[in-house]
Design a protein around this ligand. Structure first.
Ligand code: HEM
Length: 131
């Protein structure tokens, strides 16, 4: 199936990657994303991407997407942003998020690339302490 093909591609992507539909429902979750968020693709697929973040973004994320679909105003797409992610065990971490969009078979999808910034922040903090 096309979905199996898509996930086999995503398994080779070194970065954590999440694909959602226009309602924010997770369609695909790469192996690196499973590792980073501590959950299996089969657990998160079909659920809202907001599961991967803490409040206040969690409650607002449907509106973020809705606002974009209505107005075309981009706040992350094309810019990227550092946001806070939340793992399955509830722990939070800083992450760099890049979002792209595509139309597949007439349906709008969004692709999210996630980089864990934990070790970078830790090194910066260690350097500050060392001064
Ligand atoms: C917009 C947070 C993950 C897709 C936003 C905004 C924030 C946000 C703060 C902009 C709100 C505004 O200024 O109006 C987060 C957090 C995430 C996350 C904390 C942590 C997991 C994702 C992922 C995707 C995604 C993985 C796609 C797969 C979008 C889209 C928009 C958006 C399509 C609207 C377009 C835009 O503002 O450019 N999100 N997001 N988000 N996010 Fe997320």
């Amino acid at each position: 199936s096309r979905e199996a093909h898509l996930s086999s591609i995503l398994d080779t992507v070194p970065d954590a990657m999440v694909v959602i539909d226009h309602k924010g429902i997770v369609q695909s979750f790469s192996k690196a994303a499973e590792k980073l968020f501590g959950m299996k693709g089969e657990e998160i697929c079909g659920k809202n991407v907001s599961t991967l973040m803490p409040n206040p973004d969690r409650e607002a994320h449907d509106d973020y997407i809705g606002h974009y679909l209505e107005t075309g105003e981009k706040r992350i797409i094309g810019y990227g942003r550092v946001v806070t992610g939340q793992r399955a065990d509830g722990t939070q971490f800083p992450m760099e998020l890049h979002v792209g969009e595509a139309t597949v078979n007439g349906e709008r999808i969004f692709t999210g690339f996630v980089r864990d910034l934990t070790s970078r922040y830790k090194i910066e903090e260690d350097l500050r302490q060392a001064q």
